[in-house]
Each structure stands twice: as structure tokens, then as C-alpha cells.
Design a binder for this molecule. Structure first.
Ligand code: F0G
Length: 351
């Protein structure tokens, strides 16, 4: 039993990495595919959670970032730059720190979760707050890197990011021995749905799976351009990770939906928060609000019959709940105070 080497070494033959490149890795990937007992019982399906919050910086972004920073280092870049709603910035900062590259992150001012900002600070990134939303940040990142060739753009518009992220689909198939019937995931800038679809499609083309899943892409209702079929000028949602009005990988996301016979769906903030609480209280998995979109989508789609009973469903939960303590504590902490008194503790437990 050898220790997990990180996803580039594990899936090297399927990734555009040259043999003589130094691989920049934090041993990302190999995340749990967790059977979800309560969700399975509730929906009549066989539900698994792909727990991406257990990557080194707490989100799926590490899969793409090991590739993007490996390439940036190998091609002689001096620094990396990204626009981010928080997770990409945390990941870029961590991988840049081990590569010895400068890192700057462009974030929408006041709109990223506290834990993500703390990560970027600790990993030593330069934090640049932009008076605008994610879409404005991405435009600025694209313009800057177009003009300065020593700076690598490490958003998912960088094709190697998608290559790294497709490995999550490989891991799911490797674990299940087949593809699920339905794969549900949150959609913001639409890189991840693009990546999963590519991963499933590669395995399908090579005959490793007989069929590909229907892709269920779930957006927040206040930031649901793919559901509406048009960009949203002022996206708004409590799920700040997916507060995006103009997804960069729009066409690829639509292709994934169409080719898979899939669907885009919107979940209201209330539905997101309900799913967020449910998955913590019944499955023991604390995710961030955006990540609960996959579970909210599962509940809605089994509710109206788009997902049939008995289906094998994988929900990707993209980021760790610890990143956003403020949303978790927004309703206050319900507690009781006791003395050093076992009776009072037992009473407090209701036992
Ligand atoms: N879930 C989480 C926790 C995210 O951070 C993101 C995107 C998504 C889902 C959506 O993935 O953009 O590939 O469709 N976060 C980016 C960021 C935008 O900057 O961290 P997507």
C-alpha cells in the first residue's frame, strides 16, 4: 500500500505534464466518496457525496491548481494571478507558496468568506480587493495577464485547470466501477461541470464506462445565468462562492448539459441553507453554503421525478464548511451555561 502521490502522479498518463517538470503538489485528490445513508433513505436513491472539502486547502480548486502552478513554474512565470470568490485564491496562494512564485488574488470587496481570506493571508498572497463582483475581477485578471507575460492566469479559463479537475470524475468511476446515473454539482463560473464532463467523456471514449451520467448543474437563484439563459448583471446570493453572473465556461457547460441529457436548476438561498444544515446534521459533513447546491438540486430533482427512485447519484460537495463560519453562526449559538454539575449536564442533554 503506497501513500497517495497526488493527482498528477496518479493520473499522469491522462494529463498534459512533461516528464521533466517539477510537480507542484500538496497531495491533493483521493477525496472520500461517502455513501450518504440519510439522503439515500430520503430520496429512494443510492446517493454518494464526493467530499472535495477534504483537499489540502479545503476545496476542489486544488485539483486544478496543482496543474496550473506546475505549468507556471515549468514555463518560467514569475507570479500567478487569479480572480476569485475565495476558494481559488486560497488554493493559488498555497501552491504559489511551495513553488516560490509571487501570488496576487483579485477578490470582490467584502464578499468573500472569512476563512478563505484567512487562508490567502497565511499563505502569503497579495490581496487586492476590487470594487465590483467576481465577473469584474476576472476581466481585470484577464487584461493584466494579457499585458504581462511573466504572470500566469490561474483561473479555470486556463485549460490545464480543467485538466486537473477532470480527475475527480476518474476517482468516482474508479471507486464505483461505473459512472453514476446522475451527477449533481454546484455551478458558478462553470469550470467544474466542464471538467467532470471531460473526465467522464474520456473514460467513455476509452471504453472504461459504458454510459456517462446526466449532469445536474445547480446555481443559486440570485445568480443563475445558465438557468435563465442570459448573464445576470448584479448576482446576489448567500452562497458567495457561486455569486457569478457571467460564467466563463458558458458554452462548455451548455454542451455538458445537452450532451448528457442533463439539466440546470436554481436553488433559492433558503433551499441552499436547508440543504447545508441537512447534510451536516444527517451525514456529518460540514460543507460551505455553495456546496450544498448539489444536495438542494438532488432533493428538488427527486421531488419532481427528474431523478427516478433507485438511481445511483453522486453529489459533489465542493468546499469545506469551516471556510465560512459566519454563515454557520449567523443565527447565533444556542448554548446553556452550567456549573461543575453532572446533573445540570444531564438535564441539558434531556436525558
Ligand atoms: N463550489 C465552490 C465552493 C466554489 O468555490 C466554486 C467556485 C464553485 C462551487 C463553482 O465552481 O466556478 O467551476 O462552476 N469558486 C470560484 C472561486 C469561482 O473563485 O473560488 P465553478
Amino acid at each position: 500500500h503506497r501513500p497517495w502521490p497526488g493527482l498528477i502522479h496518479a493520473y499522469r498518463h491522462r494529463l498534459p505534464v512533461h516528464d521533466d517538470w517539477r510537480v507542484v503538489t500538496l497531495r491533493e485528490g483521493a477525496t472520500p466518496l461517502l455513501p450518504a445513508r440519510a439522503l439515500s433513505e430520503l430520496t429512494g436513491c443510492e446517493v454518494h457525496l464526493k467530499v472535495e472539502g477534504l483537499n489540502p486547502t479545503g476545496s476542489f480548486k486544488d485539483r486544478g491548481m496543482t496543474m496550473a502552478v506546475t505549468e507556471a513554474l515549468a514555463t518560467g512565470k514569475k507570479g500567478v494571478l487569479c480572480a476569485s470568490t475565495g476558494n481559488t485564491s486560497a488554493s493559488a496562494a498555497a501552491y504559489a507558496s511551495i513553488a516560490g512564485l509571487e501570488c496576487a488574488v483579485l477578490v470582490p470587496k467584502g464578499k468573500i468568506a472569512m476563512g478563505k481570506l484567512a487562508q490567502a493571508v497565511m499563505y502569503g498572497a497579495r490581496i487586492i480587493e476590487v470594487d465590483g463582483n467576481f465577473d469584474d475581477c476576472l476581466e481585470l485578471a484577464r487584461k493584466t495577464t494579457a499585458e504581462y507575460s511573466s504572470i500566469a492566469l490561474v483561473n479555470s479559463v486556463n485549460p490545464v485547470r480543467i485538466e486537473g479537475q477532470k480527475t475527480a470524475a476518474f476517482e468516482i468511476v474508479d471507486a464505483l466501477g461505473r459512472a453514476p446515473d446522475v451527477h449533481a454539482l454546484p455551478v458558478g463560473n462553470a469550470g467544474n461541470i466542464t471538467a467532470y464532463w471531460r473526465g467522464y467523456s474520456e473514460y467513455h471514449a476509452d471504453g472504461i464506462i459504458a454510459a456517462r451520467p446526466r449532469m445536474l448543474g445547480v446555481q443559486a437563484a440570485g445568480a443563475a445565468p445558465l438557468v435563465l439563459g442570459a448573464p445576470v448583471k448584479d448576482p446576489e446570493t448567500i452562497a458567495t462562492a457561486i455569486r457569478i453572473g457571467s460564467p466563463a465556461s458558458w458554452n462548455q457547460a451548455v454542451a455538458a448539459k445537452e450532451e448528457s441529457g442533463g439539466q440546470f436548476r436554481a436553488a433559492t438561498d433558503e433551499e441552499l441553507l436547508d440543504a447545508y444544515r441537512l447534510v451536516a446534521r444527517t451525514e456529518g459533513v460540514f460543507v460551505e453554503p455553495a456546496s450544498a447546491a448539489s444536495v438542494a438540486g438532488l432533493l428538488a430533482a427527486t421531488g419532481d421525478g427528474w431523478i427516478e427512485r433507485g438511481s445511483l447519484v453522486v453529489c459533489t460537495v465542493t468546499g469545506n464548511g469551516l471556510k465560512d463560519p459566519q454563515t454557520a453562526m449567523a443565527d447565533g449559538v444556542r448554548s446553556v451555561t452550567v456549573g461543575i454539575d453532572p446533573v445540570a449536564v444531564a438535564v441539558a442533554m434531556g436525558l
